[in-house]
Design a binder for this molecule. Structure first.
Ligand SMILES: [Zn+2]
Ligand SMILES: [Zn+2]
Length: 335
């Protein structure tokens, strides 16, 4: 069983766990991340106070979609799950494109994501909304010191490429190049809409998969985590909203398993495969599609089973019998 396919381990694991005790002072990286997030939000507000044109909105939409693909089609489906193959050169091109999304480097992103699959919805899953609540799963974990550095042990397959290690260390180069190019070509408004507004929306849309796709939606497969399929999240994230499908079979290049499950990143990868840029796209077999269906095997997620049991216990109608009607009750006025 490969690292990617490993099941959630138990407490005997050597994984680092969150440290209990007094918090250490914030690190340089954490302070930088907070400042970056604040600037992106302030810049977004500033963009809306200036002249508004549909051209600028179209620019923001274009840079959003290209970079959402770079996160879902590249950081996630390639670097985290190896769901297709490509050349060493094009791998670097894709990795550089991924850095422009401003979600750190490809090795950091993928190694952190592999931990999510390995420990989904346990206390070792740093962005489980079931364990830590909405805000921690949406953004709070991003600022945690324990997730600051790339764990190369989790991603030895790609960490062996020195150019990827360089890009991972210098992931700020991509956003800097993109921001400068937009400013030089279209001025301040092009920078604000093409980079700042677009990055702000991109960041929150990506984070919804950690926060909302484990809470809202339906479950087709009886995975042990709480993942769900959500059409609206799939639309805004180019296919990532089919998150229950993904947790069922994480190495699939398509996360929409059926034709009606819209998965734009998959369509883009199909197009790239047609012209020979990528190949060996991994798809689930018919057996995988039919395996472990929730309607056949029942719920298997310990957390959801616990939740359902708690709900049932609360909703159980109390059969209240007035004291004077109980068989053993003493006659009124005595005792
Ligand atoms: Zn998940
Ligand atoms: Zn994944």
């Amino acid at each position: 069983m490969s690292d990617l396919e490993a099941k959630p381990s138990t407490s005997s694991s050597t994984e680092p766990v969150r440290v209990v005790g007094p918090r250490p002072p914030p690190s340089f990286g954490q302070i930088g991340a907070v400042i970056g997030i604040v600037l992106i939000h302030v810049g977004t507000i500033v963009a809306f106070t200036r002249d508004f044109t549909w051209k600028l909105v179209a620019l923001a939409a274009a840079t959003y979609f290209v970079r959402m693909f770079a996160i879902t089609g590249v950081y996630h489906r390639y670097f985290s799950h190896r769901s297709y193959k490509t050349s060493r050169f094009f791998q670097l091109v894709l990795a550089f494109l991924g850095t422009t999304a401003t979600q750190k480097g490809p090795l950091w992103w993928a190694s952190t994501h592999r931990v999510h699959h390995r420990f989904s919805d346990t206390e070792r899953d740093v962005h489980s909304p079931m364990q830590f609540g909405f805000w921690q799963s949406h953004m709070g974990w991003w600022l945690g010191r324990e997730h600051e550095h790339t764990d190369f042990d989790k991603i030895p397959d790609f960490a062996s490429f020195p150019e990827l290690r360089w890009l991972d260390r210098n992931h700020a180069v991509g956003p800097a190049v993109m921001g400068t190019a937009l400013y030089l070509i279209g001025g301040l408004d092009a920078f604000l809409w093409g980079y700042v507004v677009s990055t702000c929306v991109l960041m929150h849309a990506t984070f919804t998969i950690n926060s909302l796709a484990h809470i809202f939606g339906s479950r087709r497969y009886a995975t042990t985590d709480t993942s769900r399929n959500n059409f609206w999240l799939a639309l805004i994230t180019l296919g990532e909203g089919w998150h229950n499908n993904h947790h069922h079979y994480m190495n699939s290049v398509n996360q929409g398993f059926f034709w009606w499950e819209i998965d734009v990143s998959y369509y883009a990868l199909r197009g790239m495969s047609a012209v020979g840029l990528v190949w060996d796209l991994r798809k689930p077999s018919p057996q995988v599609l039919k395996r472990n269906l929730l309607k056949e095997v029942g719920e298997q997620s310990p957390l959801l089973l616990k939740q359902a049991a708690a709900r049932a216990a609360k909703q159980k109608p109390e059969l209240h019998v007035p004291l004077d009607m109980q068989p053993d009750a003493p006659p009124p006025g005595i005792g």
